[in-house]
Write a protein that binds this ligand. Structure first.
Ligand SMILES: *Cc1c(COP(=O)(O)O)cnc(C)c1O
Length: 733
């Protein structure tokens, strides 16, 4: 079988080159490439288009091809095409910087699981020439955002698709944009393809990244093609959404992709629904002027289009729902759209805006929230759509987030055989609960990951100390003024990790709300603790940025009041690599959003994959992952939720109440870690995370639950495997 051949150490790299009309690609054999492509272009349309503003899949965190090639570097026997590919793979410093946070990382993890599970999916997103932004942190100024430049042409694994009729030229798709006088301008996009090749190298999911930054495009378009979530002006934001949404059908058509199901990962790409409705009306009205369509005709077309769309809503927070002033959106779209939007994109809060969440919620056949609690909240926010909204709790890609040290442990126990293929295997970790060899191995792997994290931290702090005199940046860590060769941070100290986007509802500064209360717990018991924080705030989010500044301002006070027992370290420029270091190396993962505003949260799941317990507010996924305390600790306000709880105003953020609850539970956490007779209970929690949470919070299970909404016709072996993953959990209880 082909699969076995690929596992063979004598793998001939030349077999990993595939061609089609659009280019030459490295990573999979021709037969496999053709099989995947045929599936996507088959006339019966048996595949899915996954649409996302951002995709985060960092090759330095997960790269199955590179992993295989490291022991296969035999350049002498390579022909020139192959040499080119491998040279780029190993020497290219470039990687795609087009993700901002949780939504993009979830998209990447989801696509990787689709590939592992051999589900025919193609993703569509945008390519941003300046990525998101790079974060510099200065202790006096707080966050400074620096623009990123990168060269897609030099990025390994990224291919500019060629025009089949003129192979020297790139493929271009043309998309009409309009001005306020309804005059048409044709705008062009190139198409870059990345392949998410699975871990057994026997399937892939193509990602199509639309690149509008072409010389010949008007300046406003090129501006909008620069930076993910650029919010310099409402028009740039609206243009970005339209670039994604209107690019989808033309690119699919150009490539011959026939998918019958379109999955909107958030509403950002929902303009595709407008396009489909317009196409539908064109048929109904036999090409006469679309502006003549009646309300009934539009609603009927919308119902028909809805049958193709699946929609995942990711947040109850209003800022996450796109709304555009009517005149702004009218200024870039065809006038026939305005009537459609009037009917379908009503904004409950503002008669002058179109609300794209309303549109996405209206035009789909099924919608889902990203946790059970979020489903209940979404039902209250959209009562008229409640019937079609179910829960599919998020997951993370276990192969991406389990550290190498932990993986080595799992590989050493036959009870966990096949864990890479089937995350459900971790149910067997329960059998290992009392196996002293397993406990020792797991503890050592954890210590190893902590050391790796601390090596990174100490190096960073020393670098910050030295940089004090050499740059204009004031280092973002008070501890860099204290560190020297003899005063480095120690990985045996209890370490709490907190890393995510900085946004006021996530309350990063919550646990420092009463510094005296916090420090007296530590001082009375002589408990040392290191608090590690990381995360970016959107450059336009002033309140979010001020929380970063507060965290920096607390550092010295914490150190002094705790009599040197506690340190608060900020790691700048959070990304997937830092995330992976942190979730595996800390002892406990902290999450303290204002309930119920964190719809899911995924970083805590990454910690759980490594057996790291969470200490969290009962919000998002943790309501489902807590298991009565078997896997970690909870604190803060609970109870039923209603519309009033959705407020983000500063006086409704429950700082006093929830921080007091944190101080109440903290001694139990620290005691479990530090006191020798309870230390075993700490490891018990780690093992319970493996056996209770990995089988649930992985993207294979999540993909299987999505599959139940897609109506694909799959080979029975694939279907059976997915049915088994779906049986691991039912998000909808
Ligand atoms: C996982 C991840 C996130 C999302 O974390 P949440 O807990 O969902 O907020 C954001 N950024 C990066 C780099 C991540 O890896």
């Amino acid at each position: 079988m082909q699969q076995n051949l690929l596992y063979d150490n004598d793998l001939d790299l030349h077999t990993l080159i595939a061609k089609n009309r659009f280019g030459t690609f490295f990573g999979v054999p021709q037969t496999l490439f053709d099989e995947v492509w045929q599936n996507l272009t088959a006339s019966e349309g048996n595949s899915v288009v996954y649409i996302s503003m951002e995709i985060g899949a960092d090759p330095d965190v997960f790269h199955p091809i590179k992993d295989r090639l490291i022991d296969l570097e035999r350049t002498d026997s390579m022909d020139s095409t192959l040499k080119q590919f491998t040279k780029k793979l190993f020497n290219g410093p470039e990687k795609i910087p087009c993700y901002g946070g949780g939504l993009g990382v979830l998209a990447g993890d989801t696509l990787k699981s689709f590939a592992d599970c051999r589900i025919p999916v193609v993703a569509v997103s945008l390519l941003y020439r300046h990525g998101y932004f790079s974060q510099i942190v200065d202790s006096k100024l707080g966050q400074i955002s620096q623009s990123v430049t990168w060269d897609p042409g030099k990025t390994p694994g990224l291919y500019l698709l060629r025009d089949p009729d003129n192979p020297k030229e790139p493929l271009q798709i043309n998309i009409p944009f309009y001005n306020e006088y309804d005059q048409e301008t044709l705008v062009s996009a190139q198409v870059w393809m990345k392949m998410e090749v699975n871990h057994s190298l026997d399937f892939f999911v193509p990602e199509l990244l639309l690149d509008y930054s072409l010389e010949e495009n008007p300046t406003p378009i090129r501006d909008a093609a620069g930076i993910l979530y650029d919010s310099k002006s409402p028009i740039i934001k609206a243009t970005q959404r339209r670039m994604l949404g209107t690019g989808i059908l033309p690119v699919l058509q150009e490539l011959g992709i026939t998918s019958n199901t379109l999955h909107l990962n958030e509403q950002h790409g929902v303009v595709v629904a407008l396009q489909l409705i317009a196409e539908e009306l064109q048929t109904t009205l036999k090409n006469s002027d679309l502006t003549l369509a009646s309300d009934e005709q539009i609603l009927a077309a919308a119902d028909k289009v809805a049958r193709k769309l699946v929609y995942t809503i990711h947040t109850p927070v209003k800022a996450g729902h796109d709304r555009f002033d009517k005149s702004v959106y009218a200024g870039i779209s065809h006038k026939s759209c305005h009537h459609i939007l009037e009917l379908l994109a009503h904004d409950p809060d503002s008669p002058h805006s179109y609300n794209f969440t309303t549109l996405a919620m209206r035009v789909n056949r099924t919608a889902n929230s990203v946790s059970r609690l979020h489903r209940d909240v979404t039902h209250k926010q959209f009562p008229e759509s409640a019937k079609k909204i179910s829960a599919i709790t998020n997951g993370v890609h276990h192969l991406t987030w389990i550290s190498d040290a932990r993986a080595e442990v799992f590989d050493s126990f036959s009870q966990l055989d096949n864990w890479r293929e089937n995350p459900g295997v971790f149910k067997n970790a329960q059998i290992l609960q009392n196996d002293s060899r397993f406990r020792t191995y797991l503890r050592r792997a954890w210590e190893k990951d902590s050391s790796t994290l601390y090596d990174y931290l100490n190096k960073m702090l020393l670098q910050h100390r030295n940089q004090m005199s050499s740059t204009w940046i004031d280092p973002p860590n008070y501890y860099s003024s204290l560190i020297d060769a003899d005063h480095q941070l120690n990985p045996a100290i209890f370490t709490i990790g907190f890393a995510r986007r900085f946004s006021t509802y996530k309350r990063a500064d919550l646990i420092f709300d009463n510094m005296d209360a916090l420090c007296s717990i530590l001082v009375e018991n002589k408990w040392p603790v290191n608090f590690l924080f990381a995360g970016k705030a959107h450059p336009a989010d002033e309140p979010g940025k001020s929380v970063i500044k507060l965290i920096l301002d607390y550092q010295e006070e914490l150190h002094t009041k705790s009599q040197g027992l506690a340190n608060l370290i900020f790691i700048p420029n959070y990304d997937m690599q830092i995330a992976k270091l942190m979730v595996a190396g800390v002892h406990t993962w902290l999450n303290n959003p204002k309930r119920p505003l964190e719809a899911s949260g995924t970083s805590g799941m990454k910690a759980a994959m490594n057996g790291v317990p969470n200490f969290s507010i009962m919000d998002g996924w943790w309501v489902e992952g807590y298991h009565n305390g078997a896997t970690g600790w909870k604190f803060g306000h609970e109870g039923s939720v209603d519309e009033a709880d959705l407020s983000e105003s500063p006086d409704s953020l429950l700082y006093a109440e929830d921080s007091a609850s944190f101080y109440q539970t903290l001694p139990e956490v620290l005691q479990t870690f530090y006191e020798s007779d309870s230390r075993a209970r700490f490891l018990d929690k780690a093992i319970m995370n493996l056996c209770l949470n990995i089988p649930i919070f992985n993207t294979h299970r999540m993909a299987a639950e999505y599959l139940q909404k897609y109506n694909l016709n799959l080979p029975s072996s694939v279907q059976t495997r997915m049915d088994n993953f779906a049986a691991l959990y039912n998000s909808n209880l």
